[in-house]
Design a protein around this ligand. Sequence first.
Ligand SMILES: [Zn+2]
Length: 286
Amino acid sequence: MIKISSLLGNTQHLDGGAMFGHVPKALWSNWLQPDDNNCVRLECRALLIEDDNKRILLETGIGAFFSPELKKRYGVSPEHHVLLDSLQNLGLTHKDIDVVILSHLHFDHAGGLLTGYQEGHKSSLLFPNARYLLSLEAFIRAKAPHLRDKASFIPELTALLDASGRMELIEGNHSAALGAKYTFHFSHGHTPGLMLTEISTEQGPLIFAADLIPGVAWLHSPITMGYDRFPEQVVDEKESLLEYIVENEGRLFYTHDPKITLSKVVRDEKGRFSASELLNEVTRIE
Ligand SMILES: [Zn+2]
């Protein structure tokens, strides 16, 4: 029996145009309401699984490591590390986590690994008792990013993870630390080695959709982000993941959707995918 919870982290506000790639504002502004700066509010949700005696955290959100200047640039709010509060609400601290799974190391997914900003102090790694799982390819990319996505990584993070001695770099579909209940899918269109975790539950497969499908608006296959390196590849990878979800009556967990935590997926007669059985903001999933 596993217990699954959704944990809110800090929110970010990113340019709506950048989040929707080639989609005109006349269309995307119907899906997410922009503010006066043309930015849309995005959650950075994490997923907590309490499986027997093991606590597994899928991602850590953006956290609070940015300086006040960068917090302002990316519209990060509030100032303090919200994920730590969300853990506390469940009677836990970051020290109670046994495994942290990271889909990739972009700052809005991995920044929460770090302590909150303190002037004159370097950030250090939280989760001192956890193994950090991520794909080998994502780690290689984070160490040597392309100029185009360099700003999305945290320069000091890879050295900190390496020095922890607690990193497990994943190359196959399973991890020795987690066993057969957890399967990894890979996608490379957003960033090389994006790792999507599938959890086998009594209600069918549950997949952490990370940045392949950041929210329900991106379920429609042609919709990609300006941040994706190869949008056409994203579309193809998304289609095959969505087919898998529909076939297996699975569910998707959305890290960035401002309202929806989880949904099932249906495909209509035209082949278009959309969300069904949407679950609004909720902590306890099952
Ligand atoms: Zn990303």
